[in-house]
Ligand binder design. Structure first.
Ligand SMILES: NC(=O)c1ccc[n+]([C@@H]2O[C@H](COP(=O)([O-])OP(=O)(O)OC[C@H]3O[C@@H](n4cnc5c(N)ncnc54)[C@H](O)[C@@H]3O)[C@@H](O)[C@H]2O)c1
Length: 397
């Protein structure tokens, strides 16, 4: 008898979501066939095959670059015929339309529709109503939406043990001949079944709440600084209320990364509410306030930015708030010399930033050291009498 473990699986998109899904699925007990990971970026695939692609998250790297993965995952730039397709391609925010760009997913699904009777599981983040639209346009394909909830630098563990398993689907197991919890090895995780549109909303609203929460604690932190109050005591006092809670309350230079900015902007556009529209504006305003404070403190004309990655241990510099702070500092006072240390930044360094690759050289610079998070490397290397600026009250993420 054929089981879910006999099915061929193709994951489309070798990004954070696609790779974490591949790493998790290859370890689900009983899986028989190798998983194919497809990406349009052939040079990225070649780097992954040869283990040259930098996967900053250690747990994910260990699984994907293990001997077992050599046999369990095939990387390809050509879409094969498969039983199940898991879609994990990027959906960037289009400022002109105010929506996530789903054109790549639409053409991918119409290609899959030509194979007839396949199951497509969308994991990419999409606007509310998108799954209904592609179901209507592709009558020979079954399409469900399963939102992905990953914490930065935790994509492997969060895929293995998700905080919640939400299935946005109109089908029962007989319709699609696949038991979805069994497919993902989540048989102990009590799924919440809902319509695809409801599941799409859960995803966008969750990230919007996180962005709002970042804004909130940043506003309180700034108010404390302006008034000379101790923000760590104030925030601890607020957070001990169990209804508010002690997690995700550490002030920062703003929210960033790939998902929070675009998902909260999409949600604000859909809901058209004053509160939701204020979330991105508050983040931009906060970045400006942080930059002004830094300029006022940079008395010896040199500012040293430690890491643009959103969190310590992460390789993700996308939509980096610290990078935006550096740009705003330069715009306010172009006379300041701006140095930075970021091993994962790549080659696109703007003229106004001076890249210092060596951590010892960086930490022996003169001037004001600016960091979003005080990680162990900086704690260890930076002399205790150095001038510092951060909003971090915990010295962690
Ligand atoms: N990064 C996260 O933590 C996270 C969490 C939850 C949801 N998401 C959502 O999941 C999706 C993927 O995010 P990501 O961070 O993995 O993106 P990513 O940018 O890291 O990777 C996307 C990959 O898809 C590839 N791609 C693009 N179009 C393609 C196509 N037509 N065919 C094949 N490959 C294609 C790109 O080359 C890239 O390698 C997005 O919609 C994102 O919003 C991301």
């Amino acid at each position: 008898m054929n089981t879910v473990f006999d099915k061929n699986i193709c994951i489309v998109g070798a990004g954070y979501v696609g790779l974490a899904t591949a790493a998790h699925l290859m370890e689900v007990d009983g899986r028989k066939n190798p998983i194919t990971v497809v990406d349009i970026n052939e040079s990225k695939l070649e780097d992954i095959r040869s283990h040259k692609f930098l996967i900053g998250e250690e747990a994910l790297r260990n699984v994907l670059y293990s001997d077992k993965a050599n046999d369990a995952i095939i990387y390809s730039s050509k879409l094969p015929e498969s039983d199940i397709y898991i879609v994990a391609i990027n959906t960037n925010y289009n400022k002109d339309t105010g929506n996530l760009d789903t054109t790549g997913i639409e053409s991918l699904i119409s290609e899959i529709n030509e194979f007839k009777n396949k199951l497509v599981i969308i994991k990419s983040t999409i606007p509310v109503g998108f799954t209904d639209k592609v179901i209507a346009a592709n009558p020979d394909t079954k399409i469900v939406f399963i939102p992905e909830f990953l914490r930065e630098n935790n994509s492997y563990y969060d895929t293995k043990t998700p905080s919640r398993f939400i299935i946005g689907s109109y089908y029962d197991t007989d319709d699609i001949v696949v038991d979805i919890p069994e497919l993902f090895g989540y048989t102990d995780n009590n799924p919440i079944y809902m319509t695809p549109s409801e599941a799409e909303l859960v995803k966008l609203a969750s990230n919007t709440y996180l962005a709002l929460r970042v804004d909130f604690f940043n506003e309180i932190s700034m108010y404390c600084i302006n008034k000379g109050y101790d923000s760590s005591k104030v925030i601890e006092g607020i957070s001990r209320d169990p209804r508010i809670g002690t997690s995700y309350n550490n002030p920062s230079f703003g929210y960033g990364g790939y998902c929070l900015p675009k998902d909260s902007a999409q949600m604000a556009n859909l809901a058209n509410s004053k509160l939701l529209n204020a979330i991105p504006d508050a983040n931009i305003e906060h970045i400006q306030k942080v930059a002004s404070l830094i300029v006022s403190k940079a008395t010896n004309k040199e500012v040293n930015f430690y890491r643009f990655a959103m969190k310590s241990g992460s390789d993700n510099c996308r939509e980096s708030a610290t990078f935006k702070v550096a740009k705003a500092v330069h715009d306010i006072n172009p006379e300041l010399k701006l140095n930075f240390y970021e091993p994962n930044f790549g080659n696109m360094v703007p003229d106004y930033l001076n890249n210092i690759n060596n951590i010892d050289e960086f930490t022996s610079l003169k001037g004001l050291f600016v960091f979003n998070r005080l990680d162990d490397i900086l704690k260890d290397k930076l002399s205790s009498d150095s001038d510092r600026f951060t909003l971090d009250i915990y010295g962690n993420n």
